[in-house]
Design a protein around this ligand. Sequence first.
Ligand code: C5P
Length: 223
Amino acid sequence: VSTAAILVAAGSGERLGAGVPKALVALGGQPMVVRAAAAFVAATTIQQIVVVAPPDCVDRLARDLGEGIAVVAGGPSRQQSVSAGLDALSGDVRVVAVHDGARPLVTPQLIDRTVAALVPPWDAVAPALAVVDTIKRVDSRGTVLRTVDRNGLWAVQTPQVSSRATLERVHARVASGVGAATDDLSLVERAGGRVLLIEGDPVNFKITHPEDLAMAQRLVAGQ
Ligand code: C5P
């Protein structure tokens, strides 16, 4: 019985504008997803790692990641990429941590803390940070429609941890037509699962825009 990590890194990274898939963008001299994978290698709770890559980067990343880390091709949506990762897990895996390859500064401590928090009665656990800014709903031109009460609002990170059985069940529902989602917890929630958020880590931010990459590069340089 073991715990696996699926690192989804098959997105194009259009908002980053780097000209190469986001997973391959260099951070401290190595592709972003290679740095993320290193944290999972160092985590004591993880026994298997599958990286889901853009189809034309599978060979290159398999070389960079080295032996012991499986690399498979992703799909057109994040959910399809997670499903491709699920299909690649070995038979003894019972718990799965799904992580965005675009969060390369995740720490082994955060990974281990999140995996350890998956205990009854919870069906899924993820790290998150309480929203600190005032949140407003706006229209497409930026006109403010209203201010949302930020009390009780949390911004959710990854890794998102659940049992393999739960994750496979909720992904099968999606495959059979239940709508898309931007993370795996949403799928568990929709299926009626009990989901817990634990305290996240500010350095585990998602690299989306060029400013995020610049910030990550400064943090890595200062380490
Ligand atoms: O687009 P977003 O920032 O929500 O993507 C989150 C993560 O999902 C990224 O690490 C990205 O590489 C991954 N992804 C994927 N396959 C897709 C789309 C996104 O693996 N088709």
